[in-house]
Design a protein around this ligand. Sequence first.
Ligand SMILES: *[C@@H]1O[C@H](CO)[C@@H](O)[C@H](O)[C@H]1NC(C)=O
Ligand SMILES: *[C@@H]1O[C@H](CO)[C@@H](O)[C@H](O)[C@H]1NC(C)=O
Length: 296
Amino acid sequence: MANTFKFLGLLLVLNTLIYSNGQFVHVPRNPADLQAALKQQFTLSCQYVGRDTSGEFLEWYRDTMPVKDEKPGHYVVKTSDKESNLTIKIFVKNDSLVRSWSVKTKKPTSGGIACRFNQIRLIQSPQRITTDKEVLDASDSSVRRIEGESVNFACNVEPEDQTSYRPKRVRWEFSTDNHNFGPLPTGIEETADNRFILKIKEVKKIHRGYYRCGLNNRYFTVLLRVKDRLAALWPFLGIVGVVLILVFIILVFEKRQKTTRKAAATTNDEDNTRDPLVRTTNKSSDNDNKKHVVKA
Ligand SMILES: *[C@@H]1O[C@H](CO)[C@@H](O)[C@H](O)[C@H]1NC(C)=O
Ligand SMILES: *[C@@H]1O[C@H](CO)[C@@H](O)[C@H](O)[C@H]1NC(C)=O
């Protein structure tokens, strides 16, 4: 009897040892991969690799606060028997200030914690492109220039670097189809100091295409459309055309009026003979009205 108890006790100890010896696996596994860029989606995953069916996951916490108490929609938790995922839908600066992220389990582990992740570092990424005229907040926006005009693209990176004196270099690339990006077409200057600004002094047809700036494997793309000079004249020619047509119509109309006025002068007599007839019909209707009044 005593032996059986000892045996059970040993089993229990073994069990807790196994439980606390990593039945749960973190993804990302490498702490260096705990980094995100602004507005990016980021997922923390805790996987149960134990032999029984369920990891018995409970709740996710940011520091000591359950994430379910945060603004709805910002965090999404998906849990199955074998894993639990916390997805940060749109990573904001605030998320990078959280010291630790953890998910708890009903299983006996130290502190009931299945997985714990350290701070997610915020890394720099291109967040918008500004030109000499436009501010583009959405990637894949387009700008239009007429042949011969100039254009500047400035790549805006966030967060701004406060720790390092020298900003990191962004990389500009070009593509005609938005898939295969390569070197820039000729006649394009990258500003020497840090390459954040791309300058095209005289836009030509060959410059039409997609330009993207990249940093830390994140990209922001703008489409440059090039209008030829003659095409730029079309709206102006259109207006001139409409005006000419209007003038023509007015002239024709005036000429016609003159001729009809002349014709009217010759047929005036006939009109006079018709007039009395009209008057008699008017009179009869007047009489009718009077009758109605009397009846009433
Ligand atoms: C958790 O995320 C991984 C990828 O990170 C995915 O393969 C898996 O299906 C997700 N699990 C759940 C329960 O959503
Ligand atoms: C995040 O922002 C909210 C308000 O927007 C604030 O209440 C909260 O304390 C912030 N959290 C951190 C870790 O800064």
